[in-house]
Design a protein around this ligand. Structure first.
Ligand SMILES: C[S@@+](CC[C@H](N)C(=O)[O-])C[C@H]1O[C@@H](n2cnc3c(N)ncnc32)[C@H](O)[C@@H]1O
Length: 225
């Protein structure tokens, strides 16, 4: 059966594209992704390249599913890892109940790249993504995790809940203004930037839309018991 491959392509640098991702692209009849993602694979794409934009997602995901039903192998490029605020959730909606086998190829998430960049273990952190929208319920979950003393790593919502709004929200929720915060922008790219600051200062700053935010609620150093 032809497959619909959902491939994680890492945080942006070619150095973080896996050989498995490249092979899957090389073997595809149709490769779908944002312009920036397609550019990363320009030497590997042998089939049809289809650009995904903010405006054409429903049509293109339907085209992906239909192409597989017609016997074509389709590869969908998803930044980072497809399962963390990536394209996996959306494509599963289009393929549910259809004769389409979905195969996921893991990628390096911006979350992983951020933890590595800051030399932090992330197995005990609370992870949040506001990328697909910011609800009162999600904000309440964030404030609960903070009150429980958990370190937080999150993807902000670049428009509705950027780092400065998150910082203000957490100060209003009762977290100390001096709480350490890291904002990692454009990870793995040539203009990567890591800002180490506090909640109070971040509440007055703007950051690149491509960023991961870490709130160090727990003051223990890495490696300390
Ligand atoms: C649609 S989500 C995709 C997340 C992706 N699936 C992952 O696992 O990293 C896009 C968000 O991921 C984060 N992001 C993606 N690439 C990044 C990078 N190179 N540096 C910092 N943050 C990044 C930003 O918060 C961005 O708004």
């Amino acid at each position: 059966m032809a497959k619909l491959n959902v491939v994680g392509i890492g945080p942006g640098s070619l150095d973080y594209v896996t050989p498995a991702a490249r092979k899957t692209v090389q073997n595809a009849d149709v490769v779908i992704g944002a312009e920036r993602s397609l550019r990363l694979f320009r030497k590997d794409i042998k089939g049809e390249a289809v650009a995904l934009t903010a405006k054409n997602v429903p049509e293109i995901l339907e085209y992906a599913a239909e192409s597989v039903e017609k016997g074509k192998t389709v590869t969908l490029l998803s930044t980072g890892d497809p399962g963390f605020s990536g394209l996996l959730r959306s494509i599963l909606k289009y393929t549910r109940g259809r004769d389409v086998e979905v195969n996921v190829v893991a990628g390096v998430s911006a979350i992983q790249a951020c933890a590595a960049r800051l030399c932090m273990c992330w197995d005990e952190m609370s992870l949040f993504s506001f990328h697909k929208g910011t609800t009162a319920e999600k904000k309440a979950q964030l404030s609960k995790a903070v009150k429980e003393g958990k370190d937080i790593m999150l993807l902000p919502d670049p428009k509705a809940f950027p780092p400065r709004e998150i910082a203000s929200f957490l100060v209003k929720a009762g977290l100390a203004k001096e709480t350490p915060v890291f904002v990692c922008e454009r990870l793995t790219l040539s203009d990567e930037r890591v800002v180490e600051s506090t909640l109070e200062r971040v509440a007055a700053l703007d950051f690149d839309a491509l960023c991961v935010m870490v709130i160090k609620v727990n003051q223990k150093q890495e490696g300390e018991n």
